[in-house]
Design a protein. Sequence first.
Lengths: 598, 151
Amino acid sequence: MLEDPSYSEIVRWGDEGDSFVVLECEKFTKAILPKHFKHSNFASFVRQLNKYDFHKVRQNNEENGQSPYGPNAWEFKHPEFRANSKESLDNIRRKAPAPRKQAQHADNSVPTQQIDLLNQQILAQQQQIQHISDRYAQLTVDHQLMLQEVMRVQKTVLNHEQVIHQVMNYLLSADARQRRDSKASATFQTPGQASSAIGPSQATSMDDEPSSPLQHASKLLSDMNAEIQFNLTGMDSMGEPAKAVPPVVSTPTLDPNARAGPVRPPTSTGGNPPLVYPKMNGEIDPVVYPVGATNGIDPMYSEHVNNVPYPMPAKPEIEDARRQFPDNRKKSTNVDPGWIRSPQILLVEDDATCRQIGGKFLYSFSCVIDTAFDGLEAVNKIQDGSKYDLILMDIIMPNLDGVSACHLIRQFDRTPIIAMTSNIRSDDIQLYFHHGMDDVLPKPFTRKSLLDMLEKHLVHLKTIPQGMEAQPAAVTMAAQTSAPHSVKEDSSPAPSPAGSMNNWQSPGQFNGLTPGVHPNLQQVQGQYVTTTPAYTVDQNGVQYPAHPVPIAAAARPPNRRQLSEMSSAADNPNLAKRPRIYAQQPQMVNPVQATRTG
Amino acid sequence: MAPTKAEDPTKDAPPALSDMGESIDKSTFEQILEMDDDEDRDFSKGIVYGFFDQAESTFDKMGKALNEKKLSELSSLGHFLKGSSATLGLNKVKEACEKIQHYGAGKDETGTVAEPDESASLKNIEVTLKEAKEDYSEVETFLRKFYGETS
């Protein structure tokens, strides 16, 4: 338009080519504007120009007087508006108004975006809240369940507690009674070969140590009680209902006469004595009962028989007749718990003394022992493919501690691992179990606790001894004994069901424990038998123990009675020689068995 | 306790175990004696004498650690000797070692209360170590006699 020469009189490029000049305002308005801008308003045109950042070049009338283009000329300038440079035209934009408008748009849109954003956030938060509240509800339910569970467990524990107490009470009473009885019986038993010898020592020991194992057990119990109480305080509120439960269990077990069938039910919470009891009772003349119980419980009885080294007339045949245990038990110390094959045991222990002693004990149990100095060595051994039936693992060891070692081993191996440690606080124990340990053998361990542990975890390696004809009874027996154990297990390594079963079947092991006692198994065996007649004397008052063999070999009740003898025999060493260590366990088992036997 | 030693006359000839009632847990020690063969006491003697060596070297280490104020090392040494002495039934030594273990771990002697003051712990250990050595030399003398040494 500006280049069109026909307009040159009206509008043209400025002289310097950086502006354009409207020379004839009126003509421009009338002739050109309508053509190019569809209107005929010069003011409007100027306004538009201003909008595109064109500026009117001021005429400084005072200085120059005249504009070079004439008084009516309008000169407009734009930095980018030049003659012959069309490309720069793109840079000419509507200015202020346009940006302002856009800004307004932006102003409007930003809030909506923000609102959207906020809405989204709110939604998200709502979802989160929803989620949380769901979770909360879920947790509440879980918590409820847990509470119920805890209460249930508490009830069970308390019941067990109660049962143990009753058993204890009963045992105490039975013990007292038995001491009375045996005093009496010992005096008139003199004719009997075995009992005659027993009499004196028995009497003394009775006075010397009134059932120290029992006392020990009760002490143990009360200790445990304290602990449990302590635990309960944490959940007092929940504890309340649980505490209300005990009354369910009555205490008549104390009554010696009542302890037959009817009284058992309370105890049955813990085990199933009733099952066995009537059975026993049926087989044994009721009159015999008290005496039998006495005999069963009296630990001094066979103890002293054991320790009196004189020949037992009846022993060899009986041994042969009743049990053909391998003869490798030349010594009382070499107990063969009756493995199918020798268990392979890995003993992980950094302390040479413990290792030697533990190894020796294991050896005496006919185990094959491998040792490792620390956790690292143990892990290596197992990684190298060594197979063991059981791993005994110290906890605190150099290089790699037992818990870590166990954790590692558990990644690829399921061999039972037993923690051997003096750190047996409950949180410690929890830690051990958490890392895959199967049991805890408190240190310092004893032969007994070690053997119990072996028998518990190596049941599958045990042979079933002959003389097992009475298996059902044995099994129930085991069940019975196991009940109290399960409660006790934490505080003392009580014999496992298997262990006690075994102890019933092959008393030899327990006798084997008799420290330094020379009588070999056979003797022990004989002693059992001889005490059996002794007991017969008791019950009948006059009868003499002339024929132990038939009784032992044929009759079942005596057989059972022997069982109690056996167990009590196991007790004996404790009484006399190791009141501290052994007392706890046989205590728990034997009296229970004895009780039932009676 | 009851006259149960009849079967083992050799035990009564040397100083009786029961005389050491406080220092030595009879039943624990006896079960080790049980493991001896019929005639001699080689096994238990070996263990006991092994323990002597172990205890003495541990006491030495403890002394060193005490000088260097290495509490944690003292604790683990205490634990170590505690284990072996407990296995033998040497109660007094065991208890002293247990204390050292606790002191070394920055606790009081029962291991229940924290003892933040290291120098107090070290001091306690020093005292206890002395006791432990005394207890130890008592049982050592006894056991050496027991195994027929004329000291």
